[in-house]
Write a protein that binds this ligand. Structure first.
Ligand code: PCA
Length: 322
């Protein structure tokens, strides 16, 4: 082969391209078919296209690379570059992470967006101190109570074994006289099947993902709050990107937040319908249970404000001012 200036140039362009192309692992805890995961896949594809293939994000769904409770730490340490996590499950590190799970504070998709915006400055700062750059978050549909029997009085909740997904859900259970155990969604089916738990608070989305009608009978649509899955990137990994790639990531993150939120709102009612179609009794809680839950909500709001101090107050003030 004749070596020409043009072929050297072509070869060096290919090598330079190869040298800058980067692959990021993105662990996620929920199933590949869940709308959060599908949305992240659209995000990953868009980032790849936007960077002309320079940045490829590989999604690992269902806790296959890191389990839900390992994802945040893995990204902080750079064992994965980017990840998605139910941040409220880390409220034991900093109670600010549970801003989205304060009972009855924000109970609609619209209110949930307002709360997210109100919390963003404080949350970004807390995350930056942990080597994490906040990219986007998408809500779960409103949280309802699942039981394996009809629960029409507060007394009926006493002693029930309850699946918690964060400290807030554990506290709701405790205040209602139930017995909480923290279990990742990926382990939920087995915990239900083996009788480790028989109740939980979650959305219709997770109820459908895990076909919980096989083990539970009643869904009370109490709309207690809309927790979020939050996507974040290891700050050094982000800073190592070219300006163009950085812009691709942040622009596509903004689009993913909007798209995911719209999808959640669009799907919410259908999930609850699906529960009913599979034989679950679906409806509002009784007045007596509602009153108990409101009382629990007030206690927990006071507790959250006491533990979060000025940061928590700043979020609530900004939320109420919007
Ligand atoms: N599903 C997730 C968190 C909130 C939700 O609706 C879960 O149950 O793990």
């Amino acid at each position: 082969m004749k070596i020409t200036a043009a072929s050297i140039l072509a070869l060096s362009t290919v090598l330079a391209g190869a040298a800058t192309a980067e692959t990021w692992d993105m662990p996620m805890a929920y199933p590949a078919s869940n709308y959060h995961t599908e949305n992240a896949q659209v995000f990953a594809d868009a980032v790849k296209a936007c960077t002309g293939g320079d940045l490829e994000i590989v999604i690992h769904a269902g806790g296959s690379l890191f389990k839900g409770d390992e994802i945040k730490r893995a990204v902080q340490l750079g064992e994965a570059q980017i990840g998605e996590r139910l941040l409220s499950a880390h409220a034991n590190e900093n109670p600010i992470f549970a801003y989205d799970s304060v009972p009855f504070l924000a109970t609609s998709f619209e209110a949930s967006d307002k709360l997210r915006d109100a919390a963003a400055p404080v949350l970004s700062k807390v995350m930056a101190d942990q080597n994490l750059t906040l990219l986007y978050s998408v809500p779960w549909p409103p949280q309802g109570l699942y039981f394996s029997k009809p629960v029409e009085t507060p007394e009926a909740m006493k002693g029930v074994k309850f699946r918690a997904y964060n400290a807030i859900t554990a506290r709701v259970a405790e205040l209602a006289g139930m017995v909480p155990t923290q279990i990742e969604a990926a382990d939920l089916k087995q915990a239900l099947a083996t009788g480790v738990v028989s109740a939980m608070i979650s959305s219709g989305s997770t109820g459908v993902d895990e076909s919980v009608w096989e083990d539970m009978t009643n869904f009370y649509d109490v709309k207690a709050w809309l927790p979020r899955n939050t996507v974040f990137v290891n700050t050094e990994a982000f800073n190592g990107l070219s300006d163009k790639a950085k812009a691709c990531v942040t622009d596509e993150a903004a689009k993913a937040q909007l798209r995911g939120t719209q999808k959640a709102a669009e799907l919410a009612d259908g999930f609850v319908k699906t529960l009913a179609e599979h034989g679950m009794t679906v409806g509002a809680p009784t007045a007596a249970v509602s009153a108990k839950l409101s009382e629990i909500g007030e206690t927990m709001t006071t507790e959250w404000l006491a533990t979060t101090g000025a940061d928590g107050k700043a979020i609530i003030d900004a939320y109420k001012a919007e």
